[in-house]
Design a protein around this ligand. Structure first.
Ligand code: PLP
Length: 393
């Protein structure tokens, strides 16, 4: 008899976004006359930048001719894409060697596999509320999860505390779902803690492009000592509209050594065994997105999402509802009104206003009583959602 992974029984029955989608779909089937406005899932709505589209067309054309045709890609990424990533860091004054960059199809893929570098016995600290995959991928691997709770009191930016026992810690800043972002001084505390403990930080930088506050670091490597303790995950999904196109990269610094082993060398070994590289077309698209012109063109879309955030936060302001985020991040994290719990407010909002958000408790127990709006919808739907919110709140 084959033995299945015994840890799956420890997972919740369904993934958060699957559950909210099923409920919204069931509501629509029962009420075909109602149009739901979806501010739940963090999926972009604006098209790719013109330079990215041009790069994709050029790459497709190259694949049509034997002189330019590309077969298997290097498992760790094409040199031009690794250099584009290193240049992106150089813009922030951070020196990353292209050999420390591993090109991937997006953070989701590497979140699932990066755990392969670490023993099952490591305890995993997760700064919550958190993107659910940090917890679920580690539960699947049989690791113990130590929730590190964000609260209204700590501004949803918990810091290391005496007695925190974890060998791996997941951090996301700017945070999904709260929109809260660590300042340089706060993040330095995590870096110093990890170096003192010999722990490793997994830093998710998916939303760095939304940062406007100069005190908020875009990369953990802006902080002294981070290369000795942190792996950084980066994605073009939200910064350049690649959710359906797919491209990202993971940085594993050469200075990251644990038990005498180079994690960078281990990741080279892992990737060269477990992947056959990322599509040439997508790497050309990613390279174009990270040029000055690509970044400039994507900023126009980011401006639209920022405006959506302003529309929603001014509706909340006018009803005196407490919220975080919406500043350095495309998410707004609001207190459910009238002491409602997260799922009750989810149903209330869907039924009364036809607006779908995400219940905060789905991001960790400390998210109970909170709710997330995504600012990635179209400006029209966001304006309509704000109008409906004002009617029911
Ligand atoms: N990390 C965070 C915090 C996210 O919010 C998401 C997607 O919403 C991801 C990672 C997944 O990103 P990708 O599209 O690169 O797989």
């Amino acid at each position: 008899m084959t033995h299945v992974n015994p840890y799956y029984v420890n997972l919740k029955d369904s993934f958060l976004f699957y559950e909210t989608k099923m409920q919204a779909t069931a509501f629509e089937a029962a009420h075909p006359e109602r149009r739901l406005l979806r501010l739940g899932i963090g999926d972009v709505t604006l098209p790719l930048a013109p330079v990215v589209i041009e790069a994709l067309h050029r790459a497709v054309e190259e694949q049509a001719h034997w002189e330019t045709f590309q077969g298997y890609m290097p498992e760790l990424g094409k040199e031009f894409m690794k250099e584009a990533a290193a240049a992106n860091y150089a813009r922030r004054g951070v020196r990353i060697d292209p050999e420390e960059v591993f090109v991937c199809y997006g953070i989701g893929d590497d979140l699932g596999s990066i755990g392969g570098l670490f023993d099952r016995e490591n305890r995993v600290g997760v700064v919550e509320p958190a993107y659910p995959a940090y917890v679920d991928t580690n539960i699947m691997a049989g690791r113990e999860i130590i929730p590190i709770s964000g609260t209204e009191e700590n501004g949803f930016l918990p810091l290391p505390y005496p007695g925190l026992e974890a060998e791996l810690v997941y951090l996301c800043s700017p945070n999904n779902p709260t929109g809260a972002a660590y300042s340089k001084a706060q993040l330095q505390k995590w870096v110093d803690w990890a170096n003192e403990q010999g722990a490793v930080l997994i830093f998710d930088a998916a939303y760095e492009a939304f940062i406007t506050d100069p005190e908020v670091p875009h990369s953990i490597y802006e902080l002294p000592g981070a290369k000795n303790c942190a792996i950084e995950l980066f994605s073009l999904s939200k910064s350049a509209g690649f959710t359906g196109t797919r491209l990202g990269y993971t940085v594993v610094p050469k200075a990251l050594i644990r038990e005498g082993k180079s994690l960078q060398a281990m990741w080279v070994r892992n990737r060269s065994t477990c992947t056959n590289g990322v599509s040439y077309l997508l790497q050309r698209a990613g390279e174009a997105a990270l040029t000055e012109e690509g970044l400039r063109q994507s900023r126009a879309s980011l401006g639209v999402y920022r405006k959506n955030a302003e529309i929603l936060t001014s509706a909340l302001d006018s009803r005196g509802i407490r919220y975080f985020g919406g500043q350095n991040a495309p998410y707004i994290w609001l207190r459910c009104p009238g002491q409602m719990d997260s799922w009750t407010f989810f149903s209330y909002l869907m039924e009364k206003a036809g607006v779908v958000g995400t219940p905060g408790v789905g991001f960790g127990a400390c998210g109970e009583g909170w709710f997330r709006f995504s600012c990635f919808s179209t400006p029209e739907d966001t304006a309509e959602a704000a109008k409906r919110l004002l009617e029911v709140l």
